[in-house]
Design a protein around this ligand. Structure first.
Ligand code: UP6
Length: 261
């Protein structure tokens, strides 16, 4: 899939969220996902509206909002339709299947009702995927497994990463790809979507273990599919629309470079 266009990869997936995402990327010409880690509804909706035109996917941590309510979800869905993006709740589920099933569909956030995509740590074993799949698959949702992490000292390496790939292969209808820093499978017969966090153009790290690579390094050199960018876009004194365009262009140009090499 490394030299294939996003649009040509739609047919590799039966999963509805994966198919929608790949067609959206092709149509909107952006492989940028915004990691919208702000804590008030006002900032959240304001930035989502400004950055919406430049992204394929809006990544949320819904539980960091101090004033979460159903109206926020309603407005988020309106922005999703207005700007044509999908929603990824970065919940990083990590419990047994029976528990994550409830965490995904019940409680305050009812994630499965509004998030096209969510993710899980493979740590507990296959049951975590089966539990999430029980509530998500019939609604057309997709799951990413955290095969690697961008932070310093991450334990998700080597045999753990390999086991994540094997787990994904056993659930191809629901697991659409990985959180990782690079393309993990170099085999034309299988396709998974790789999304990479830890992307920034101006900083190499933060003070808490985050490590940044450039969009070109992640997409062109490492063969990932989507760049996930947070503070690089809405950090202090940044014009969010200008930064979003800058990251969109960097991500897309790196993809074009990959296609022609
Ligand atoms: N994230 C990582 N690294 C991972 C997995 N997820 O940074 O391995 C998430 C964080 C945050 C975003 O939870 O939402 O990606 C990165 O934000 P930043 O660009 O502001 O560092």
């Amino acid at each position: 899939s490394i030299s294939k266009k996003y649009g040509e990869r739609v047919e590799n997936f039966s999963n509805k969220a994966a198919r929608e995402l790949l067609s959206l990327i092709e149509r909107k010409k952006t492989n940028l996902s915004l990691a919208l880690d702000v804590t008030t509804k006002r900032e959240f909706l304001e930035i989502a509206d400004k950055v919406g035109p430049y992204i394929c996917l809006l990544k949320t941590h819904i539980d960091i909002l101090v004033d979460f309510d159903q109206d926020l979800i309603d407005q988020l869905k309106e922005l999703r339709a207005k700007h044509d993006f999908l929603i990824f709740e970065d919940r990083k589920f990590a419990d047994i299947g029976n528990t994550v099933k409830y965490q995904y569909s019940k409680g305050i956030y009812k994630i499965v009702e509004w998030a096209d995509i969510t993710n899980a740590h493979p740590l507990p074993g296959d049951g975590i995927v089966s539990g999430l799949k029980e509530v998500g698959l019939s609604l057309g949702r997709g799951l990413l497994l955290l095969a690697e992490m961008s932070s310093k000292g991450s334990l998700a390496t080597g045999a753990y990463t390999e086991a994540a790939i094997e787990m994904a292969r056993r659930h191809k209808d629901f697991v659409i790809g990985f959180i990782a820093g690079r393309k993990l499978i170099c085999n034309d017969d299988e396709d998974f979507i790789v999304m990479s966090p830890g992307v920034g153009l101006d900083a190499s790290k933060d003070g808490l273990g985050q490590q940044y690579k450039t969009p070109r390094s992640v997409i062109f050199e490492n063969g990932s599919d989507i760049i996930i960018v947070g503070r690089g876009i809405y950090g202090k004194d940044k014009d969010v629309a200008t930064e979003a365009q800058r990251y969109r262009d960097a991500g897309w140009n790196a993809y074009l470079e990959r296609l022609t090499n």
